[in-house]
Write a protein that binds this ligand. Structure first.
Ligand code: FAD
Length: 475
């Protein structure tokens, strides 16, 4: 029998957007139901941010163990070091499962009812939930709806992923045998994060990129240390090249690509990983029945600054509504929408949403780069401080990839407009960078803030001093 329920808030999708929205709604005393067809935690916890960072960390450890075979730092390993992929995956799965259980416990503690099944709308406020076999299990009538169905990897139609030979990021995070030779189509952050990790674990890695550089969202100065690392570590990068097709032959794949002169190359790989972007999940769950309008691109659900769609009481958040497709953006929107439904008045208007790439080295960008600031009509001062001059960076070997912190400030009033950093471990600096921008800090605010020694945050302090023309530890 189909259970009939009604609620004040229905959330569809329990990724970092949906589950945060549901917990906050529950905390605010709203009678809340969340529907999830897969596992609570969504792309981020189950097959994205967290499992990828677990594998990246394991790869870093393996790389450093190999250095100790050479006696690095005076710490010596005499025997072999090797990768047990099955054990590595089960360690990664333990982390994922712990977080999945944690999210479910938090939903329960906030008195949110979680329904496991796929939601499908028959009108804007009515959703039928079916189990994995397509049996209808629950009929939900909601006063307010939060759409948080997230996104999926984009497939190349001429070489669809089978998750055995041709993988998406989802398959790559569950790969039980490390490929000796792997091709990655798409040199964006997902492809290169996984590519750097696979290289450290021992795979031969080739990247096929359609644009004239990998990680083209960042400027040349930010990309340079990463490009150097890729070269030094033998990752082959073919830029201005487009994949043409792949033929699975036994346990191998013949991959063909075309360069800028229309010349075709075919090479054999053990696996091909396709990371050409992600598309919002807008199909197959009755979005068209809700009356909700799409944005101008036709790809994403259109919302206003409060994440309201054109239909009263229907909100949309996270990857479903567009770039940046990042977990922390989805969560911030989820929290805000729950508060709006409870009667608070908010707008999604952050000064900056940090973007971090966990490659080797890591790259962080918050706010405007110098070129973006100038394009916006600003006259700017820019200061750059090398990690090689930061004591803590040296003790952590974070300077080994040639990184730096760069600050962009308005010339007239010294308001900080953007902060970027490249180097090992710089991801952890992003909180202070974002706080500075969000609080409207001027250079003098940061200059007057005592930064603990020895920490890498001193590199930010020094980059600010440099912008003011008075760095202590650099000319
Ligand atoms: P999702 O996390 O995609 O969640 C949507 C949920 O909705 C899913 O669980 C899905 O099963 C469910 N769902 C969909 N339709 C229905 C339906 N009809 N009924 C029931 N349930 C449904 N972001 C970062 O910020 N930092 C990173 O380091 C990072 N690394 C990443 C690495 C990889 C490999 C990938 C793939 C992504 C990464 N991301 C990262 C992006 C991040 O995962 C997404 O931006 C984020 O998960 C989006 O959150 P969301 O809540 O909008 O959607």
């Amino acid at each position: 029998m189909v259970e009939q329920i009604s609620c004040q808030v229905l959330v569809v999708g329990a990724g970092p957007g949906g589950y945060v929205a549901a917990i906050r709604a529950g905390q605010l005393g709203l009678d809340t139901v969340i529907v999830e067809g897969d596992k609570a935690g969504g792309t981020c916890l189950i097959r994205g941010c967290i499992p990828s960072k677990a594998i990246i960390h394991a790869a870093e450890k393996f790389e450093s163990l190999k250095q100790h075979q050479q006696g690095h730092m005076g710490l010596c390993i005499d025997g072999d070091v090797s990768v047990n992929m099955a054990a590595l995956l089960s360690w990664k799965d333990e982390i994922v499962n712990k977080l999945n259980t944690g999210v479910e416990a938090l939903l329960k503690a906030a008195k949110v009812r979680q329904i496991n099944g796929w939601g499908s709308f028959i009108d804007g406020k009515t959703c039928i939930v079916s189990d994995g076999d397509g049996n209808k299990i629950v009929h939900i009538s909601a006063e307010n709806v939060i759409l948080a169905t997230g996104s999926s990897p984009i497939d190349l139609p001429f070489m669809p992923a089978d998750e055995k030979h041709i993988l998406t990021s989802t398959g790559a995070l569950d790969i039980d045998e490390l490929p000796a030779k792997v091709a990655i189509i798409g040199g964006g952050y997902i492809g290169l994060e996984l590519g750097c990790a696979m290289r450290k674990l021992g795979s031969e890695v080739t990247v096929i990129e359609g644009l004239d550089s990998v990680m083209a969202i960042f400027d040349a100065e930010l990309r340079r240390p990463l490009e150097r690392w890729l070269r030094k570590n033998g990752i082959i990068v073919h830029t201005n090249c487009l994949a043409q097709g792949a033929e699975v032959k036994g346990s191998e794949v013949d991959l063909s690509w075309k360069n800028g002169d229309d010349e075709i190359t075919t090479e054999t790989f053990d696996r091909v990983l396709v990371t050409v972007g992600r598309k919002p999940n807008t199909q197959g769950w009755g979005l068209e029945e809700t009356g909700v309008k799409m944005d101008e691109s036709g790809l994403f659900v259109a919302v206003d600054s409060q994440c309201k769609t054109n239909m009263r009481g229907i909100y949309a958040i996270g990857d479903l509504i567009g770039e940046p497709m990042l977990a922390h953006k989805a969560s911030a929107q989820g929290e805000m929408v729950a508060e709006i439904i409870s009667g608070e008045d908010h707008e999604f208007d952050p000064v900056a949403i940090p973007a971090i790439v966990f490659t080797e080295p890591e790259i962080v960008s918050v706010g405007l780069t110098p070129a973006e600031a100038e394009a916006a009509g600003e006259s700017v001062k820019v200061g750059k401080f090398p990690l090689a001059a930061n004591g803590r960076a040296l003790t952590l070997e974070a300077e080994k990839t040639g990184g730096f912190v760069r600050v962009v400030a308005r010339e007239s009033d010294h308001v900080i407009l953007g902060i970027q950093a490249v180097g090992s471990h710089v991801a952890e600096l992003s909180g202070e960078f974002t706080l500075a921008l969000e609080m409207g800090a001027v250079l003098e605010d940061i200059a007057a803030t005592i930064h603990a020694h020895p920490t890498m945050t001193e590199a930010f302090h020094e980059a600010v001093l440099k912008t003011l023309g008075r760095a202590i530890h650099s000319n």
